[in-house]
Design a protein around this ligand. Structure first.
Ligand code: NDP
Length: 292
């Protein structure tokens, strides 16, 4: 057990596991998993993510297909590309980097992706499956969080989990996953009355807010496990910027039994889980079992 959960090491282990299984799938099954990433526009943060995803995809032995489109791309053109990727047998996972430019309706594009290739787990089919507890594709960030929580705590049954944030990509799927592990789950948001008191009840506290260092030591029950999903770029005071989470690490770390740092906590797990989902779907689509 680690007090400061090393997300980088955890992600490296998961990637190594994916790489080993991809090797077996290629050798014994004749299938090379393929991940297509679609980037529309020039958003610098998105470009960094896409580059990193492509690099890690190739490192684990998968095929990476990058589609970079100008920010003037029409919805029709993007939907046509999705259709062709849906029909491409070498592609087992499709990820459309968000956000999309304003002329494109995100919901239409995401729901155009074949649910079997929706490795982000954002298609309504997969959202519905997760909410009723059926097997489907789980969004990468909450999947990474639940893997790390289970690794640290084992059985989560009966624990009180409090999630700060109710977004469709983090807060809500996180709640479904914790519920499936038999936690008692509280979801909080911007209209929650006395957020500090809600947080203090948590055995497992997941922060996915987007407010730098909002959660302080006084809000945390001694011995709680604290998972910080937040990624906020703030002024470092020396003319540079730095990344901080939604949790004030300095005051929370002495109180918590386990805590994820930012950077180096949840962040690295997100891409590792994307690769994990792509491997799973390559096996599912081609009718092969996932190598042991
Ligand atoms: P959203 O902006 O979609 O959702 C934020 C949530 O926080 C909303 O539900 C909002 O409530 C709630 N909230 C905002 N302010 C407060 C407040 N003062 N008190 C209580 N609740 C509040 O964000 P995301 O879920 O997409 O992302 C959350 C954070 O996680 C961001 O920092 C993001 O960068 C990071 N992130 C990190 C990832 C990773 O790989 N590590 C991946 C995805 C996100 P309401 O619904 O009422 O508005």
């Amino acid at each position: 057990m680690q007090k400061i959960i090393d997300g980088k090491a955890f992600a490296a282990n998961l990637r190594a596991e994916v790489q080993r299984k991809v090797g077996l799938l290629v050798k014994d099954g004749g299938v090379t998993p393929g991940l297509a990433v679609v980037l529309v526009g020039e958003d610098p943060a998105s470009q960094v993510y896409v580059r990193s995803k492509g690099k890690q995809t190739v490192e684990v032995g998968m095929q990476s297909f990058e589609h970079k489109l100008p920010d003037t791309t029409s919805q029709e053109a993007l939907v046509d590309l999705i259709d062709s990727l849906n029909n491409d047998d070498s592609v087992h996972g499709i990820l459309v980097q968000l956000p999309l430019p304003p002329q494109i309706d995100e919901k239409i594009v995401i729901n155009r992706i074949s649910p079997d290739k929706d490795v982000d787990g954002f298609h309504l089919d997969n959202v519905g499956r997760l909410s009723i507890g059926d097997p489907g594709i789980v969004p990468c960030t909450p999947l990474g969080c639940i893997m790390m929580i289970k690794e640290q705590l084992g059985d989560l049954s009966g624990k009180h989990a409090v999630i700060v944030g109710r977004s469709n990509i983090v807060g809500k799927p996180m709640a479904s996953l914790l519920l499936m592990e038999n936690c008692t789950v509280t979801i909080t948001h911007s209209r929650t009355k006395d957020l500090a008191a809600e947080c203090r009840r948590a055995d497992i506290l997941v922060a996915a807010v987007g407010r730098p260092e909002m959660i302080v030591g006084d809000w945390v029950k001694p011995g709680a496990t604290v998972i910080d999903v937040g990624i906020n770029r703030v002024d470092a005071g020396d003319g540079k910027t730095k990344l901080v989470g939604d949790v004030d690490f300095a005051s929370v770390e002495p109180v918590a039994s386990h805590i994820t740092p930012v950077p180096g906590g949840v962040g690295p797990m997100t891409i590792a889980c994307l690769l994990h989902n792509t491997l799973q779907q390559a096996c599912h689509i081609t009718g092969k079992s996932v190598p042991e």
